[in-house]
Each structure stands twice: as C-alpha cells, then as structure tokens.
Design a binder for this molecule. Sequence first.
Ligand SMILES: Nc1nc2c(c(=O)[nH]1)N[C@H]1C(S)=C(S)[C@@H](COP(=O)(O)O)O[C@H]1N2
Ligand SMILES: [Mo]
Length: 317
Amino acid sequence: MLVRRTDPIGSSEITPEAHYLNRREFLAAAGLLGAGLTGVALPASASAAGRAQEPKALGKPYGLQSDDKPTPYKDVTSYNNFYEFGTGKDEPIENARGFVPRPWTVQVDGLVAKPASYQLEDFLKPSAVEDRIYRHRCVEAWSMVIPWRGIALADVIKRAQPTAAAKFVEFTTLMDPKRMPGQRSNVLQWPYVEGLRLDEALNPLAMLATGVYGRDLPNQNGAPLRLVVPWKYGFKGIKSIVRIRFVDKMPNSAWNLAAPQEYGFYSNVNPDVDHPRWSQAKERRIGEFSRRPTLMFNGYAEQVASMYAGMDLRKNY
Ligand SMILES: Nc1nc2c(c(=O)[nH]1)N[C@H]1C(S)=C(S)[C@@H](COP(=O)(O)O)O[C@H]1N2
Ligand SMILES: [Mo]
C-alpha cells in the first residue's frame, strides 16, 4: 500500500514552526538593522502609524479561558495551511497574493427544497453578520485565538431547506489550478472537500467566515468564504468554498482521503486520543513558548458534547 507522507501537518511537524520562529526573529533583526543603516530614528508618527495597523480584536468571546487573548493579526494571517497555495505555512501569504476572490459563486444543492447558485453578495445578504472570537486548534498541536467575522451556517441551512433524507453537509473548495498553483501537484486529491453531520452543521457555533479582525478574509485565510468549526481540528475549516451540498451518506474529507488511519471524519479536538505520530494532550499557542493543556472539544464541550453522547470517540476520531 502506498503510504503518503503528506499531512496538514507533516512528518516535519516540528521544522516549519522552527522555521517560522527563525523567520520572525530574522525580520525583527532586519527591521533593527534597517534603522541602524539609515542612522535615522523612525519619526514618532511613523511608529504610531505602525501600531495603528494592528486591527482591533472585534467580537463576542466564545469559550475563551481567562488566559486566552487574541493572536496578533500578523500571526493569524501569515501562519496558514492552505495547500492550494503551497505546503509550507509561510507560503500561502506569498502564493495567494494575486488571487482575486471575485466574482464568486456559491452553489447550494443536493437534498434540499431550495437548490440555488448564488453570487456571493446575494448568498450573504439575508444573514446577520457577526464578530465572534474563537479558539482555534490545529491537529498539529498548535493553536490561536481568532476574531472571526461571518454568518451562522445554520442560517444558510435553514434557507436551503434540507429534505428529511439529508444527513450530512459536504463542502467543496474552488478547483482552478490556474489560480491555485498547489492544485498542479498531487499532494492532495483536489478539490479539497470536507463534511459535517447535519446536526453539527446546525450547531450555533458553526460559522461561515468572511473576515478576520473585522476585515475581509485575506486570501491565505480562505477568501472569500470559509468554514469555522471551533471544536474541531483546523483542517475541518475548509477554505474558499464554492459548493455546499446536502447528502445522505458521510462525505469524503480531504485529509481522510489522504491518510484515513490518521485523520477521521469527526476530527473533534480530544486530548485523550493521540494522533498516531504525536500526542494531542498539549498545544503550543502561537506566540507563546510553553505548551498548554488541550481542552476536550477545544473548550466547547458545554455546547457540543451532547452531539456525541454514546459515541466511542476513539473509534470516531
Ligand atoms: N481548501 C483548503 N482548506 C483548508 C486547508 C487546505 O489546505 N485547503 N488547510 C486546513 C488546515 S490543515 C488548517 S489548520 C486550517 C488553517 O486555517 P487558518 O489559515 O485559518 O489558520 O485551514 C484548513 N482548511
Ligand atoms: Mo491543520
């Protein structure tokens, strides 16, 4: 059997983060060096402008612990997995720079009374836009706290009116190798797909995000529309969605297709179920150095645990 060593993730799971830290240190040093070379201190106004560029963390906090504070905008938007734009976490910000997420069509179909193909603006228009600050935990054992902007996924589902036969929701990313250079390699099966059980998709925490920090989503974060399910590992948060399809059988998901023994359909954050190649008991919050314990369902147990009552979460990982 062919074992593909590709993950969201990687057998190289330590290296990219070390690379990231080194790069940040390098940039900081380069900044200092630059000022030193010109021999001119930055004018007060320039440094004030620099500070003003950090957008305010907007939103109602959900599931935050007392020591959770929003991860800086720069980190949220420069440390990303988005294999359509490269497998390194520092690549999407570079390789997605020229991506134009307009015009954008979202197809809603499958087992629904109201299938339709929407222009993004029409798809969003009837829904209330909310700012919510969520914890974000990657399967790779790093985490962030992210102020998202978006709409409730449940709102979109209610508009579509799923039939009684609909049991799952499948999401699909844009397929366009001309605009998404990563799709020219077979590192994953394209297009990227993900799925939720219908009750999970209806959970009030599940969002379709259109922004971070009160601004439109940067391309590397999944512009113009991506899924946010904060009790699940980050890879469930499919980016640049073009299709939402209601189905009766459990849909495929990109990482489950790539490595089924490592990435299950449910992908709930669970400190008690280790990944086959590393522990899930702790996580490194981006920007911090010591690791913190991982919480069951990423701290959202109160809102989501009942959906998994009676399920063996070691089998349904
Ligand atoms: N289409 C698509 N969606 C994707 C991915 C991807 O490679 N392609 N990577 C996933 C993984 S592994 C993670 S951790 C999150 C990262 O999301 P973030 O940029 O908001 O942190 O996006 C997820 N969504
Ligand atoms: Mo991930």
